[in-house]
Write a protein that binds this ligand. Structure first.
Ligand code: BTN
Length: 238
């Protein structure tokens, strides 16, 4: 019998799957085309940081062409939610995963993975977004993040990037097809998984994190008791 079609295209070693996915997008590939690398030698994280990507992790980028471009800034939350739901579906013994606004996936209070969304505009029109997904699966973690990062292999047996790639890519592709603002069910799911809820934070605004709103903003209660919506920035705990 024929093998079922696989969504994800695999390469061996590359600089960054983000670059490969942008190149594919430029050639006009459809929404949901995904590319994964066994290792990246110049993996990139948010805010210009380097993303350590040795063998054993899931390093994957998807071309997203949402039908509605509005609220594209909340796409990384939508992608993160799809990733955690796909992982929990496939790895049934996995403890619940949390989303740490705006783009981190956490397990037991440690970083399991991150999302990097890069939009390309053609004038005022959204051309496409490449959604990059980095997940520690069975890869070694660098010693400097050993206390703050975690891999799936530390908590479940038999997790491997090849098995996870297609189900993760399928759900991300389905959830990002329409685009537009976060739906009420997504906002509710994000708030159930909010890894920052009621945590005291020092930045991007000093206060207490009080959940995620429909625009994808972090709600922060200031020392004066006012709720402010913060749309971008890096969270530092107080
Ligand atoms: C973060 O900083 O938390 C986001 C990390 C995103 C890493 C992924 S790995 C696949 C894709 N290719 C990259 O170079 N980066 C993203």
């Amino acid at each position: 019998m024929a093998e079922p079609a696989r969504r994800v295209r695999w390469v061996g070693s590359t600089a960054s799957t983000q670059e490969l996915a942008h190149l594919l997008a430029e050639t006009g590939v459809a929404h949901g085309v995904a590319i994964a690398a066994r290792e990246q030698v110049a993996g990139r994280g948010t805010r210009g940081r380097t993303w350590h990507s040795p063998l054993g992790g899931l390093w994957m980028s998807l071309v997203c062409r949402p039908r509605e471009a509005a609220s594209v800034e909340s796409l990384s939350l939508r992608v993160g939610l799809a990733v955690v739901e796909a992982l929990e579906e496939v790895l049934t013994s996995l403890p619940p995963l949390a989303i740490k606004w705006p783009n981190d996936i956490h397990l037991d209070g440690r970083k399991l993975g991150g999302i990097l969304c890069e939009a390309r505009w053609q004038g005022t029109e959204l051309g496409w977004v490449v959604a990059g997904i980095g997940l520690n699966v069975s890869n070694p973690l660098p010693p400097e993040v050993a206390g703050t990062a975690i891999s799936l292999a530390q908590v479940v047996r038999g997790a491997d990037p090849e098995t996870l790639a297609d189900p993760v890519a399928d759900l991300v592709a389905r959830r990002t097809r329409e685009g537009g603002p976060l739906r009420p069910d997504e906002v509710a799911a994000l708030n159930r998984r909010d890894g920052l809820r009621d945590r005291r934070i020092a930045s991007p605004l000093a206060g207490v994190a009080r959940g995620i709103d429909a625009g994808g903003a972090l709600r922060v209660e200031t020392p004066g008791g006012e709720i402010r919506a913060v749309i971008g920035g890096t969270v530092e705990l107080a």
